[in-house]
Write a protein that binds this ligand. Structure first.
Ligand code: BES
Ligand code: MN
Ligand code: ZN
Length: 497
């Protein structure tokens, strides 16, 4: 995909299609006004007729006569001008992306970045336009080759009359493109079925990332090595499966040698049946997405490589398949974690925290500056927050704030839940140091409380992405979230803004 920034005016630049915005009730953007003049009031007429309008996401394609500079104009409603946030901007961009696909358009001039978006500079506006439009051109075809719905989209141009904006626009394009390739990797791994995307497969994908990148080191621990490290919790999850667990470490050394790294830890359950605490059958297929935390770590490491980020980042993915079987862990079993703490496994379906806790102990050896774990950890998080934000819990409010901000800047939002000590007693066990479930209430928080028992040595945040990692229903498929949030956070760390 070609993406460029150029100083020019929309009425001078040729393209298949121009994309312009209008605010409520019928306020044309600067470029929309120019086109309206060029094409004899076609936009204001469409507004009169009601085919075009300012409602957020309302989208129309106006076709021009054969010899025009632009074959068509996509007009998208942007809602109320003073409420136009990055998330609303993204809603408008998504409507445009669908219209581009529907009309099989191959190249556009995107004039939406000229709109005033709250708390967004030109770099951010271009970045979000690139990530939103270009990542929506992803199509899964690996196990459905006929579905290779040819994507016609090839080229996107951003234009401005202000020369000074060009370099920021180019930075926005570069960052946006790196995020898109991270998103697309995360989507592809998420969408692959559990019989292809196994722990071994994920380890191979990590090794493949290393190719051609001297700043990336990848290491894969097998079950025997994990056993030596006393990772009793992680190994208890793969007991019932014929697929061996893998603990994969990706060290991206973009910063100074002595700088402490940011460590990202992803839950990589390549299929979650629940184990002996078997899940009900309906929608169980969606548990192939239970490795989306790991996929987002791989995607973010890929983005770091492409951006050549001046920062040390370690990605760790804890991969296992959770199956029932003759050797599977049973409710009531007690295991010893790498930290030495014992865990009573009251529910084998609370397996994410079991693989994560040993990974969170293991990473102590990197002397992390900050640790962020990413996991499709609890159904309770979807109940609490729905499918709009992920949930963030942290032992450091500043870190939580930074993540919330990175989420807002990218439209990949997160919302903080409390991690108060008062919840901890829900994990009391008569037979071990910790129980792996905390009872009926506050399931997202007690899951984070469980993890907090293993993260005392460093600044840490936990992202519960259960509600945002994939879409359900007709549009079923991985979203690639939270690659945008994580990459943005790392950019803030690398460039200190
Ligand atoms: N992977 C699931 C969480 C999940 C469920 C994510 C549905 C998205 C949609 C996790 O391993 C799990 O099963 N969690 C249990 C925890 C419970 C046993 C304490 C849950 O949420 O029911
Ligand atoms: Mn589970
Ligand atoms: Zn799970």
């Amino acid at each position: 995909m070609e993406t460029i920034a150029k100083t020019t005016s929309v009425d001078k630049e040729i393209a298949d299609c121009v994309v312009v915005g209008i605010f409520k009730p019928k306020r044309l953007s600067a470029s929309a006004k120019k086109l309206d003049k060029l094409y004899r009031n076609s936009i204001s007429n469409a507004c009169q007729r009601g085919t075009a309008g300012g409602n957020l996401g309302q989208v129309t394609t106006l076709h021009n006569s054969g010899r025009s500079k632009h074959n068509c104009i996509i007009v998208v409603g942007c809602g109320e001008e003073n409420k136009f946030s990055i998330s609303k901007y993204q809603t408008a961009l998504n409507a445009v992306a669908n219209e581009i696909k529907r009309n099989k358009i191959s190249n556009i001039i995107n004039c939406l970045a000229e709109l005033p978006v709250k708390d967004a500079d030109i770099l951010t506006k271009v970045q979000v336009a690139v990530t939103t439009i270009e990542s929506s051109m992803y199509a899964y075809s690996e196990t459905k080759p006929k579905a290779k719905t040819r994507i016609h989209f090839r080229k996107q141009k951003f234009i401005t009359s202000n020369r000074k904006e060009i370099s920021d626009m180019r930075d926005g394009i570069e960052i946006g493109k790196a995020i898109v390739s991270g998103i697309n990797l995360a989507k592809e791994l998420g969408n692959l079925p559990g019989n292809i995307c196994t722990p071994t497969y994920l380890a191979e994908q990590a090794l493949a990332l290393k190719k051609g990148n001297r700043k990336l080191k990848v290491n894969v621990l097998d079950e025997a090595q994990m056993k030596k490290l006393n990772m009793g919790a992680l190994l208890s999850v793969s007991n019932g499966s014929v697929e061996p667990a893998k603990l994969v470490t990706m060290e991206f050394n973009g910063g100074n040698e002595n700088e402490r790294p940011v460590v990202l830890v992803g839950k990589g359950i390549t299929f979650d049946t629940g184990g002996i605490s078997l899940k009900p059958g309906a929608t169980m297929d969606e548990m192939k997405f239970d490795m989306c935390g790991a996929a987002s770590v791989l995607g973010t490491i890929k983005a770091c490589c492409e951006l050549d980020l001046p920062l040390n980042v370690v990605g760790v993915i804890a991969c296992a398949e959770n199956m029932p079987g003759g050797r599977a862990t049973k409710p009531g079993d007690v295991v010893t974690t790498m930290s030495g703490q014992t865990v009573e496994i009251l529910n084998t379906d609370a397996e994410g925290r079991l693989v994560l806790c040993d990974a969170l102990t293991y990473i102590d050896k990197f002397e992390p500056e900050t640790v962020i774990d990413i996991a499709t950890l609890t159904g309770a998080c979807v109940v609490a927050l729905g499918q709009i934000p992920s949930g963030v819990m942290s032992n450091d409010d500043d870190l939580a704030k930074s993540l919330i901000r990175a989420g807002e800047q990218t439209g990949d939002r997160t919302w903080q839940l409390p991690l108060w000590d008062e919840y901890q007693s829900q994990l009391d066990s008569n037979f071990a140091d910790i129980a792996n479930i905390g009872g009926r209430w506050g399931g997202t928080i007690t899951a984070a409380c469980f993890l907090s028992r293993f993260t005392k040595n460093y600044t840490w945040a936990h992202l519960d992405i259960a509600g945002v990692a994939w879409h359900q229903g007709k549009e079923k498929g991985a979203t690639g979230r939270p690659v945008p949030l994580l990459t943005e956070y790392l950019l803030h760390q690398a460039y200190e803004f």
